[in-house]
Structure formats: structure tokens, C-alpha cells
Design a binder for this molecule. Structure first.
Ligand code: NAD
Length: 352
């Protein structure tokens, strides 16, 4: 079934309000989740509320928790998320970092101990929208490790996302490179399993060390481990996210000396850079246009089905299509969303 973005927003917003979020938080978190659905990342869409409800019950998300400031010194901002909804903590922290970078040319900001930050590209998009460049390293605490290191078959990392963003030009939209360092994000195994689908290629190693494309293997009592993308290179970038985000934020890494409670706590170390501090903006835009034109001019074997896209472009195309036609959500996923909302006290009329 397809559901309109308006309905998805109402559902997300109603769930958040029913579970204690104030209006501002409910708006920011619901908008973030619906934007993830529209951009094709259902793993971070409204379907997350099933998981959030469990975290709320165990006190692992604290609605309306304030963004704490650990350090505010020149170009360095250090925040504590205080286990608040990451979508709102990340939004507030990124706004502060953008404002600071306008004064100092660059702002390095970190967030420790935030509940799930959601789709990291959201923060890159905020920076790009403000004419800034940004780079983001993220790791995951509290959840059990999900990603095997290169050559390993037991998980040692979270799915540690990485993002680079650059502003739009007159010709092209913003450059938003944003991905999990595993071949697939964990949420995509949930979406695929509930839709009874398998992946096109092996993306998981099972506990016996066999490669598999079955998403269910990640949800067994003895789960497998996700593979990092691009062998040693992706595994290395995943490791870099672990160290950059886990240590510089003063959160921590996923090493087993720390307790785990199976919720998703994110740390982020990021840089917001004002390009005007480094180069002429006309030069930047004309150089970006020329380079993107050059990349897109490469010969394509199948330009209709497999065109050359720039990072961020497929999300914009999907958003256009899904805004018009609605977001397809598998029945099993929708049933979880509906049940979660009704249990939280959301008006049943919303689902009729
Ligand atoms: P993905 O594999 O879909 O890759 C997305 C990136 O690749 C985007 O930059 C996109 O524009 C680009 N891309 C996709 N298809 C392309 C094509 N044909 N040509 C050129 N570029 C293309 O994303 P993913 O790894 O599944 O991650 C999904 C989301 O999950 C991300 O937003 C990420 O931030 C988020 N995530 C969050 C956490 C967390 O702990 N908060 C953990 C993991 C992932």
C-alpha cells in the first residue's frame, strides 16, 4: 500500500505527542522521519516508531531532553544529547554549528550520547542549505555490534554512517554523500524481512561464516554480521567513524568495556566549513558544475535504467516521485506502526 506524506507526518507527529514530546520536538522528529521515507530511506522513516516505543518504555529515550553544552570555545562546540531524540538534538546542534562557522570559518562540533540521530544526510542538507560544506563521522553505542571487520565473521562495529555535503549550484542540487559503512543499513534488513524480500547480493555473514542475502539472519537469536562495503576500505572507514565519533565526542566506542542495553545511542564528530573562508564562491560553484558535467558525460552502458547520478540526486528524484504517488510501506511494517500508535493512545480515526 502507498501512504501520503501528509498521513505519515500525522502518524509520526501523533505518536510523538502521545508519548510525551512537546510540539517543537514532535514536529522536528516527524519531519525528519517523513523526509527519510520520501527520500527512499524507509529504514529511518516512520517505521522507526516501533523501536522507539521500546526505548521509551525502558527510559532509553528521554522526550524533550535539553541539548547540553559540554564545551563552547571558538570553533569548537561539544554537545551532550542527554538521550534525547537524536533527530531534534542533531537539528539543534547543527544549527548552532552553522551559526558558529559563519563567524569562525569552520566549526568542529561533536554530539555525545544522543538517542538515534536518524538519517545523517539531514544534517549535511542543513549545512548545504546554509551554503556550508560539512563532513560527519558517526558511531553507535549501547546496541550490540552489527558489522564484521574485514576478514572477520563476528560483528565488532555499528553501521557507523559517514556523510559529506556541499551546497547546491545554479545548475545542480547539493552534493549529499551519506551512507552506512555496512553494505546495507540495519534498518534495511528490517524493511526487507517484513516485506519478505532478499537482497540482490550477499550482504551478511552468518554465525558459521557463510555469506548470505537473507535479511532474517540479522534477526535470529544468534544473528549474523553485516559486511562492511568495499572490503578493507569500507571496514577502515567504519573504524575511522568509530574512533573519530566515539572518542572526540567524549561519548565512547563500542568496545566491550562499556555496558550495552541494546538501544541505539549515537555519537557524532562533524565539521561545518564556510567555503567563503577558503575560496571564492563563484569559483567553487563553477568548478563544481564543470566537474559534475564531466562526471555525467562518462559513457553509460544503460543510461535509461542506470544513469550516472551525483550523490544526493537519487534522494531528490525519489522525493519527487513519492511526494506525488505516496510512500509504499509493506503491510507487516504498517501493522507495526498502527499497533504502536494505538497502544500509545493515538486516535484510531487516523488509520481509517
Ligand atoms: P545507500 O546505500 O542508499 O547510499 C546512499 C548514498 O549513496 C547517498 O549519498 C546517495 O545519494 C548515494 N547513491 C545512491 N544510489 C546512487 C547512484 N545510483 N548513483 C550515485 N549515488 C548514489 O544508504 P545506506 O547505507 O543504506 O544508508 C541509509 C541511511 O541510513 C543514511 O541516511 C545513513 O545516514 C543512515 N544511517 C544512520 C545510522 C545511525 O546510526 N544513525 C546508521 C547507519 C545508517
Amino acid at each position: 500500500m502507498r501512504y501520503s506524506k501528509e498521513l505519515l507526518y500525522k502518524v509520526g507527529h501523533a505518536f510523538l505527542r502521545a508519548t510525551g514530546s512537546n510540539e517543537a520536538e514532535a514536529r522536528i522528529v516527524a519531519e525528519h522521519m517523513v523526509e527519510a521515507n520520501l527520500k527512499g530511506h524507509d529504514s529511518h522513516g516512520v517505521g522507526m516508531i516501533g523501536m522507539y516505543t521500546n526505548y521509551l518504555k525502558k527510559g532509553q529515550i528521554k522526550p524533550n531532553a535539553p541539548l547540553g553544552v559540554i564545551k563552547d570555545k571558538g570553533a569548537v562546540l561539544q554537545f551532550n544529547g542527554n538521550l534525547g531524540y537524536g533527530q531534534r538534538i542533531g537539528y539543534e546542534a547543527t544549527h548552532r554549528a552553522i551559526d558558529r562557522a559563519k563567524e569562525t570559518g569552520i566549526c568542529m562540533y561533536t554530539i555525545a550520547q544522543s538517542c538515534h540521530l536518524g538519517r545523517i544526510g539531514t544534517y549535511g542538507e542543513m549545512a548545504a542549505e546554509a551554503g556550508m560544506v560539512s563532513v560527519h563521522f558517526v558511531n553507535v553505542n549501547e546496541f550490540h555490534p552489527l558489522v564484521a571487520p574485514y576478514c572477520g565473521s563476528e560483528a565488532r562495529f555499528g553501521t557507523n554512517p559517514f556523510c559529506v555535503a556541499m551546497p547546491a549550484t545554479d545548475e545542480y542540487g547539493p552534493f549529499i554523500l551519506d551512507f552506512a559503512t555496512s553494505i546495507v543499513a540495519m534498518g534495511k534488513t528490517r524493511v526487507a524481512m517484513l516485506a519478505h524480500k532478499k537482497f540482490d547480493e550477499p550482504v551478511i555473514v552468518d554465525p558459521e561464516g557463510n555469506l548470505t542475502n537473507d535479511p532474517g539472519v540479522m534477526w535470529n537469536d544468534h544473528p549474523g554480521a553485516l559486511l562492511a562495503f568495499a572490503k578493507h576500505k569500507g571496514s577502515g572507514l567504519c573504524f575511522a567513524c568509530e574512533l573519530m565519533a566515539g572518542i572526540l565526542s567524549r561519548g565512547h566506542t563500542i568496545q566491550p568495556g562499556h555496558p550495552r542495553n541494546d538501544s541505539i545511542v549515537n555519537n557524532m564528530t562533524a565539521f561545518v566549513i564556510d567555503p567563503a573562508a577558503l575560496c571564492d564562491l563563484d569559483f567553487m560553484k563553477s568548478e563544481m558544475d564543470a566537474m559534475i558535467d564531466y562526471v555525467k558525460s562518462s559513457h553509460m552502458a544503460d543510461p535509461v535504467n542506470h544513469p550516472i547520478l551525483m550523490p544526493g540526486e537519487i534522494e531528490r528524484l525519489r522525493k519527487e516521485e513519492r511526494s506525488a504517488k505516496g510512500v509504499e510501506i509493506a503491510d507487516d511494517e504498517w501493522n507495526v506502526i498502527k499497533k504502536t500508535c494505538l497502544q500509545a493512545g493515538v486516535e484510531p480515526g487516523l488509520f481509517e
